[in-house]
Write a protein of this length. Structure first.
Length: 197
């Protein structure tokens, strides 16, 4: 919309604050967005809230955005979306993280002889936190009991601790960034556990 001249940059602090040029453009923008959403039947996610949650993760290390996205993913997908198990969830997180300019998100990045499900690194200097996320997925046809949940948590913690020893992580820490290690356990579409390690 910026490159089409429908919005302009008002000012810049942590991120760009855009403004609409005039009332005519405002009417065109709002009609276009409303029609697009109706036509595409996209999920009804609160993008303002999402942006604020991303900002809290970037500046404070708050992980509420991961819980919020898990709930939105659960509400916006069908059972068939989980045929590829954790890959679909991973791709949804990558997609949502690409909506904000604060991070670059990599999947299956090799870290210390392992592969992190998500590596979230800062894109702007003002971003204080970066993250490593390990996803565990249990199919709804399988049983999830306290013992198997405990085993998944232990596996995830061990993997995250292994990834933390990689040179790339040390490099970001030396730049003054703070690391958040998170595991998430999904039982089908349902988030059953999330924790900072």
């Amino acid at each position: 919309m910026f490159y089409l001249g429908l919005v302009t940059i008002k000012d810049y602090d942590f991120d760009y604050n855009l403004t609409i040029l005039n009332e005519t453009i405002k009417r065109i923008d709002s009609e276009y967005i409303a029609l697009s959403l109706k036509y595409e039947n996209v999920f009804e996610i609160d993008t303002y809230k999402l942006s604020q949650l991303f900002k809290k993760f970037a500046l404070e290390g708050d992980i509420e955005v991961f819980k919020y996205l898990a709930e939105e993913i659960k509400n916006s997908t069908s059972i068939r979306d989980y045929i590829d198990r954790e890959n679909n969830i991973k791709m949804m997180y990558v997609t949502y993280f690409s909506l904000v300019p604060y991070f670059l998100t990599k999947t299956e990045l090799e870290l210390n002889k392992g592969f992190a499900d998500l590596f979230i690194k800062p894109f702007y200097e003002k971003v204080k936190y970066f993250g490593i996320v390990e996803l565990k997925y249990v199919n709804r046809s399988e049983k999830l009991n306290p013992q198997s949940l405990k085993q998944l948590k232990t596996e995830a913690i061990n993997q995250l601790n292994q990834y933390q020893k990689d040179e790339l992580v040390t490099e970001w820490l030396n730049k003054g960034k703070k690391l958040i290690k998170i595991y998430m356990i999904f039982y089908g579409w349902e988030l059953k556990g999330i924790r900072i390690v």
